[in-house]
Design a protein around this ligand. Structure first.
Ligand code: ADE
Length: 255
């Protein structure tokens, strides 16, 4: 069975959306991963198929009902009992490359997308029939109008890491945030291609030298410099790891 994502949403037509294109889309069409949607509205019990109601205690907007959402999550869990259930929400744990990598090594994920003001809190307090609790994940400190686009971002970050999705093996290992032993935590070095000169700017000479050792050293220096200037938070963490390990390497490689 390929990696399978099940998205619980009141807007199933939003999927696959951007995930139907390019790398993820080709992999989807080739059966490298699978995508299902469950329409939360199908789990409503009244004739209007309502999924939301006014907030207890008053206030603006509407809240997604615990009973309806709960039934939908149980249904998804019954089909995929061994995968994590993630609700994208701005208050969740920030998405990281490590988390994406870990998810890509599992058999799938259930993504619960909220709309309106959010989901009744009891759904997050609840332990589902297989012992699962919902994890909340944020894709950044800003508010989207629903979880669907965040779910797409999470899935894109995971799907590209599945075996056979990316082209060259190294296209992951040297990029920003890659979970690779030595590049871990550094921003990516700059890339260049033809033409050799554009708008008066040339490609750095070293890249045309054919000297792979020099090229590697230059790229590493660029990655470090960018990280130091642009993301001092990442640089501090990188330096701390480097100091903690003996040979000046950030840490031991993972195989
Ligand atoms: N839903 C709305 N905003 C979000 C965010 N920043 N991250 C994840 N899910 C969201």
């Amino acid at each position: 069975m390929p990696f399978t994502a099940t998205v619980l949403t009141i807007l199933p037509d939003m999927f696959p959306g951007p995930l139907g294109h390019s790398l993820a889309g080709t992999a989807l069409n080739n059966g490298v991963w699978g995508l299902k949607t469950l329409d939360i509205r199908e789990f409503a019990s009244d004739k209007h198929r309502s999924v939301d109601d006014t907030p207890a205690g008053g206030g603006p907007g509407m809240v997604m009902r615990a009973d309806v959402v709960g039934r939908c999550v149980e249904d998804a869990i019954a089909r995929q009992p061994d995968v994590p259930v993630i609700a994208p929400t701005p208050r969740g744990k920030p998405l990281t490359q490590q988390r994406a990598k870990a998810l890509s090594e599992g058999s799938g994920v259930i993504l619960l997308c909220g709309r309106f003001e959010g989901i009744d809190e009891r759904v997050f307090d609840h332990t589902f029939s297989n012992g699962t609790q919902i994890e909340q994940v944020s894709i950044g400190d800003y508010v989207l109008s629903g979880g669907e686009m965040a779910a797409m971002v999470i899935l894109d970050s995971v799907v590209r890491l599945l075996p056979g999705v990316m082209g060259a093996a190294e296209s992951e290992s040297e990029e920003s945030f890659s979970v690779d032993a030595s590049w871990d935590g550094l921003l990516e070095y700059p890339h260049y291609t033809r033409p050799r000169e554009w708008e008066g700017r040339t490609i750095p000479e070293v890249l045309l030298s054919g000297n792979h050792a020099r090229i590697s050293a230059w790229r590493r220096a660029q990655a470090e410099e960018r990280t130091r200037l642009w993301r001092p938070d990442l640089w501090e963490a990188y330096e701390a790891r480097r100091e903690a390990s003996p040979k000046g390497k950030p840490r031991k490689g993972r195989s």
